[in-house]
Design a protein around this ligand. Structure first.
Ligand code: V55
Ligand code: FE
Length: 488
């Protein structure tokens, strides 16, 4: 029997949606630019079955991929669950077979040894395939047009790492995918693999290195010449899993580390730089000036994920956790094992940072991110605290040259999802194009895809593309220009 628990993760605003859909010609208010051709992919955790043990965290939900196909002013839509090994086995059984988030100890005997991944964190087109990613498993490949799942890939037997990040970067100059794996040698192992994948999807290089301790390495930083692995004290261990604790916990008494490696290097070239504990989830951008490596990212001074509780028992503190954009600078030419941390480089706190991806790994001017403005009224079926990380009512554009932000508040019943910058053309100036944002109407349970002028966010959306249902609050997505989509 399918009955979801009455807990904040599964009730109210967060109720699972569990549908699949095909819609031709979405309803549009305003104009869809005729020269905006390609597809916008986005993924969300949307549990197909109630959790095996009464409750679980939001990150445990099955990946459901949404695709908006932009075709000369028309927009078509497709929505499919990723047929992970987990999804397929559970659908056959009619119930959850896998236990808690990243704890295999509670799994049903029938699924022991199967990939536990949900492919629920990021989707992007590379080498003609749609990659659906969850950092605890290898990539899942899908067909970008039909959203049919091909399944897990080891990249022709070349990928030996057991997991694959949800945050690979595409090098705008070479077209390579730069990726990594943590827990690369198995669950809770202090092992990282650095991975380079050619534009056609062939694995070119896999280099192993060892961090100071096992931690959640959700994102990383890449510049033209260096790669940076942030080891933050979001720790995990088999002991925690045996004790039935959440996989991860935040240890404020541990040092954090940055592992910096030249992109052509290997383990012997890695240098570790350290500082007192702090929290980060995502990287905005990074670039190097000679041996000075700059990493721009939202950083909190205490734990940012209350569902991975502080190991000291300290309660979640939203004030100290507020992520502020700062710049870390590592000097690979110095003998120091420390690094510089700047004052905030933007006045508004926030997360889910995006850039004009053509400027990834290089100096850049513009950033876009989310914030939860606490001064605004809220009219939603759940409290902001129960919606948690996914409660976002305001979009931010930050011009790092002038220092000025622009914001757009959606309204009391709106929850936004991650934004996406789409360049007007291949060689348009930075920031010139369109900004996509999914806006959930939390009461009527419908989602709009809004199109903004990225540099005039405060003016509000110029176009509203409407779905007759809601896409459960999701994680990440990416735009695939028409020329990156496989020919049909
Ligand atoms: C994150 C998201 C995840 C996960 C680990 O945003 C980290 C960070 C949606 O799943 O499993
Ligand atoms: Fe992420």
């Amino acid at each position: 029997m399918v009955k979801f628990p009455d807990t904040p993760t599964f009730a109210g605003y967060n109720e699972p949606m569990r549908f699949e859909a095909d819609l031709v010609d979405l309803e549009v208010e305003g104009e869809v630019p005729a020269d905006m051709n390609g597809a916008f992919f986005h993924v969300r955790p949307d549990p197909h079955y109630p959790p095996k043990f009464g409750d679980d965290i939001y990150f445990g939900g099955d990946g459901a991929v949404s695709a908006f196909y932009f075709d000369h002013g028309r927009v078509h839509f497709k929505h499919r669950y990723v047929r992970t090994d987990k999804y397929v086995a559970e659908e056959k059984a009619g119930e959850a077979l896998f236990g808690a988030y990243r704890n295999p100890l509670g799994d049903d005997e029938s699924v022991k040894g199967k990939y536990r991944g949900t492919a629920n964190t990021n989707v992007l087109v590379h080498g003609g395939k749609l990659w659906a990613l969850k950092e605890d498993s290898p990539p899942v490949l899908m067909d970008p047009w039909t959203l049919e799942t091909e399944g897990y890939t080891d990249l022709d037997g070349k990928l030996t790492a057991q997991t694959f990040t949800a945050h690979p970067k595409i090098d705008p100059k070479t077209g390579q995918m730069i990726a990594f794996s943590y827990a690369a040698k198995g669950l809770c192992t202090a092992s990282i693999a650095y991975i380079e994948i050619a534009p056609d999807g062939t694995l070119e290089r896999e280099v192993y290195l060892e961090p100071p301790y096992y931690s959640m390495i959700h994102d990383f930083a890449v510049t033209e010449d260096y790669v940076v692995f942030p080891v933050l004290p979001v720790i995990g261990s088999w002991q925690r899993l045996e004790a039935g604790l959440p996989h991860f916990g935040y240890d404020p008494n541990k040092e954090m580390y940055l592992g910096v490696m030249p992109r052509g290097g290997d383990a012997k070239d890695v240098r570790w730089f350290s500082a007192p504990a702090c929290f980060n989830a995502h990287v905005l951008n990074a670039f190097n000036e000679g041996q000075n490596v700059h990493i721009d990212l939202p950083v909190g001074q205490s734990n940012g994920m209350p569902f991975f509780p502080d190991v000291t028992g300290a309660p979640f503190n939203p004030e100290t956790a507020a992520p502020m954009m700062i710049r870390w600078t590592v000097d690979m030419g110095s003998n120091s094992d420390g690094f510089e941390q700047s004052a905030p480089i933007a006045p508004i706190p926030g997360e889910l940072p995006r850039i004009d991806d053509r400027y990834a790994m290089h100096p850049y001017r513009h950033g876009w991110y989310h914030t939860a403005d606490p001064t605004k009224p809220v009219d939603l079926p759940s409290t902001p605290a129960d919606i948690g990380l996914f409660f976002v009512n305001t979009l931010v554009h930050q011009d790092f040259m002038t220092g000025a932000p622009q914001t757009y508040w959606g309204g009391p019943d709106i929850v936004f999802q991650e934004m996406q910058f789409v360049p007007k053309s291949k060689d348009a100036p930075e920031g010139e194009g369109w900004l996509l944002a999914l806006a959930n109407h939390g009461n009527s349970r419908r989602t709009d895809l809004l199109i903004f002028d990225p540099l005039r966010l405060a003016e509000g959306p110029q176009t509203t593309i409407s779905l007759p249902f809601m896409l459960r609050s999701g994680v990440h997505g990416n735009w695939a220009p028409a020329e990156n989509m496989p020919t049909t």
